[in-house]
Design a protein around this ligand. Structure first.
Ligand code: X90
Length: 279
């Protein structure tokens, strides 16, 4: 049985070791240019150009055809997408699934709507990989990942919500609050898969402390944490230290946001995926 893991580029992962893996890019679009979220995209340059452009900017998700191509010739596919509440990526992947199953007799495809973005997709894929490496059955892996998903969470700390608000992904009133210099919005991915702002923090230090507090409140007890940052490795490292101070055995990794998450999380933004104690 040939297994393959697939995600859209909201996962920030262009490679996944030890297994077959494909990443399907979203795009960032202005009147002047299209940025494809794939390896080689220069994030600092994209952010600089977006800052300077007077044109509107937005994003687009992969279509069903692009998803299906990414499934390749696998017998069994495990895929996860950015929240279907804010993007068409999940719907496109589900359509690709239907067509793929029709065209490949006996093929099995599991699509999971992460109801989230970034590092929470990474956690789900690490779980998929665990099952594949253990040579578990398709059904066993699907059940385990869906169960694990009940215990994974996403927090964010954003200095600007301009692109989210301009593209109708967050309430403009919340975005206005984030526009005040030095204010950082800390929030979470809601159960419905939308952005739920929770705190207006003055300064990054305060925001990082708030994140650790929220993690503990949701039952974090020293498991996996994946921190994705947009050009802010310093804050990501400080957060990692804070987490390890309280949970020395925590499994904390840091990675860069690629294009899609950089566009929406914006410069200095952090996204934190973690598992709770019942994972
Ligand atoms: O289909 C498309 O064009 C993509 C639209 C994506 C919209 C939302 C992206 C959010 C990315 C922001 C911080 C965490 C968000 C939590 C999501 C529930 C990153």
């Amino acid at each position: 049985m040939k297994y393959k893991i697939v995600s859209d580029s909201s996962s920030n992962l262009f490679a996944l070791e030890q297994v077959e893996y494909a990443n399907v890019p979203l795009k960032i679009i202005t009147d002047e240019k299209e940025y494809v979220d794939e390896p080689g995209l220069d994030i600092p340059q994209m952010i600089e150009e977006l800052k300077r452009t007077k044109s509107k900017s937005g994003t687009s998700c992969p279509n069903a055809h692009e998803w299906k191509e990414a499934f390749g010739d696998a017998d069994a596919v495990f895929a996860t997408t950015i929240t279907g509440t804010l993007s068409g990526s999940y719907a496109a992947a589900m359509q690709a699934r239907e067509e793929y199953i029709e065209e490949h007799e006996g093929a099995k495809v599991c699509i999971i709507d992460s109801k989230s973005a970034g590092p929470e997709l990474q956690l789900l894929m690490e779980k998929m990989r665990e099952g594949i490496l253990r040579e578990e059955s398709f059904e066993q892996i699907e059940d385990a990942v869906r169960e694990y998903h009940k215990h994974t969470h996403l927090l964010f700390a954003l200095q600007s919500l301009t692109n989210l608000s301009r593209n109708g992904r967050v309430n403009p009133a919340v975005a206005a609050a984030a526009g005040i210099l030095g204010i950082c919005i800390v929030g979470k991915a809601s159960a419905e898969g939308t952005l739920e702002p929770m705190h207006k923090c003055r300064g990054e230090r305060k925001a990082l402390d708030t994140i650790v507090k929220e993690m503990k409140k949701e039952g974090y007890a020293g498991g996996k944490v994946r921190i994705a940052h947009c050009l802010n490795v310093k804050a990501a490292e400080t957060l990692k230290e804070k987490i390890l101070q309280d949970f020395p055995n925590g499994n904390v990794e840091i990675l860069d946001c690629t294009g899609l998450c950089s566009f929406y999380a914006e410069k200095d933004g952090l996204m934190i995926g973690y598992e709770d104690a019942n994972a």
